[in-house]
Write a protein that binds this ligand. Structure first.
Ligand code: NAP
Length: 309
């Protein structure tokens, strides 16, 4: 039986892995479908303390994994299919195989929010994407006008990154003020290759019939006026939704699916702890996820010490 199973290898999961490994608990760390988590899709991370020049997101996560493995964490490529937290031991099925554990740390992170348009789903990977660093350099986007939707740090970061490849980037935001942090907003507004399209929503991605993105249909939310904008790609950066569907009806969560800890990182299930973006609708930073990963490891360690005393 495993002492600790950690679900997720983002900042929260890998920090929990480091701490539980150093406590000699030999944690089993499951990657899910996105090893390294969302940060691996970021370009330069400028706000993780200790890296004054910034650090590539993928590089940061690779280093975190190496550090945890150095102390005995076992990182396994695998996706949790179901859980049975009805008793002790805790039970999980990972890619068809049963696993039993004394404690589980849920650090399953969050995924990209979609606009919810039928045309968006039909043209995904055919010009609609959720990650500029993954897809921005593709030949189909080079020297073409591109559209980014959103007004937060992610949208600003995506828009700035895409100016390397695009002939022009339109940033479509539903209000007339960016939500992004001041430094990111100022950089974005000062970039001559980015044109803001304020107070507007994308109502359709064109052109489903051609099976490729040729433009977007826009609606001005103040005037109701509709228009179209030619582009070769649509980059959606409108926030995230927690990856917690697996735990619905089992682990307490709020109406948006964020797991709600009872005390510290403890959930309503004894032995099950939570950390990072899957339980944080407020801060959602790499460093806060890492901090909560540390806290969850300490909570799990204390729980095990009491259980085995
Ligand atoms: P966010 O801060 O939640 O911003 C989401 C943006 O999308 C908001 O501007 C929101 O508009 C808009 N939006 C939400 N739903 C929409 C919809 N259905 N249609 C159109 N627009 C919609 O998300 P984020 O930008 O992904 O950032 C998440 C967290 O990560 C934040 O805490 C951020 O600071 C952090 N982050 C940091 C960095 C960095 O520092 N390098 C980079 C990326 C992210 P409203 O403004 O009108 O609500």
């Amino acid at each position: 039986m495993e002492k600790v199973v950690i679900i997720g290898t983002g900042c929260a999961g890998l920090t929990a892995a480091l701490y539980t490994a150093r406590a000699d608990l030999s944690p089993l760390v499951l990657t899910g479908t996105m090893p390294g988590g969302l940060l691996t899709t970021t370009s330069i991370v400028e706000n993780f303390p200790g890296f004054p020049e910034g650090i590539d997101g993928y590089e940061l996560m690779t280093r975190m994994q190496k550090q945890a493995e150095r102390f005995g964490a076992r990182v396994q490529f695998g996706t949790v299919e179901s859980v049975d937290f009805g008793g002790s031991p805790l039970k999980l099925v990972v890619d068809g195989d049963p696993i039993e554990a004394q404690t589980v740390i849920i650090a399953s992170g969050a995924g990209h929010r979609h606009l919810g348009l039928e045309s968006e789903e039909l043209l995904e990977k055919k010009g609609v994407t959720y990650c500029a660093t993954c897809d921005g350099a593709l030949p189909m986007f080079r020297n073409q006008p591109l559209v980014v939707v959103g007004g937060g740090d992610s949208a600003c970061e995506e828009a700035s990154y895409l100016t390397r490849f695009a002939s022009k980037v339109y940033l479509v935001h539903r209000r007339n003020e960016l939500r992004a942090s001041k430094i990111m907003a100022e950089r974005t507004l000062a970039n001559p290759k980015i044109e803001m399209v304020w107070d507007s929503a994308v109502t359709e991605v064109l052109d489903v019939k051609k099976d490729e993105v040729t433009g977007v249909r826009l609606k001005n939310l103040k005037t109701g006026q509709e228009s179209t904008l030619d582009c070769a790609g649509l980059f959606v950066a409108i926030g995230h939704v927690p990856n917690t569907g697996l735990f619905k009806g089992i682990v307490d969560m709020d109406e948006n699916g964020y797991i709600q800890p009872k005390r510290g990182t403890e959930t309503n299930i004894p032995g099950v702890f939570v950390a990072g973006d899957c339980s944080d609708p407020v801060y959602r930073q790499a460093i806060t996820a890492a901090g909560l990963g540390c806290a969850s490891a300490i909570d799990a360690e204390r729980y095990l010490a009491a259980l085995n005393a």
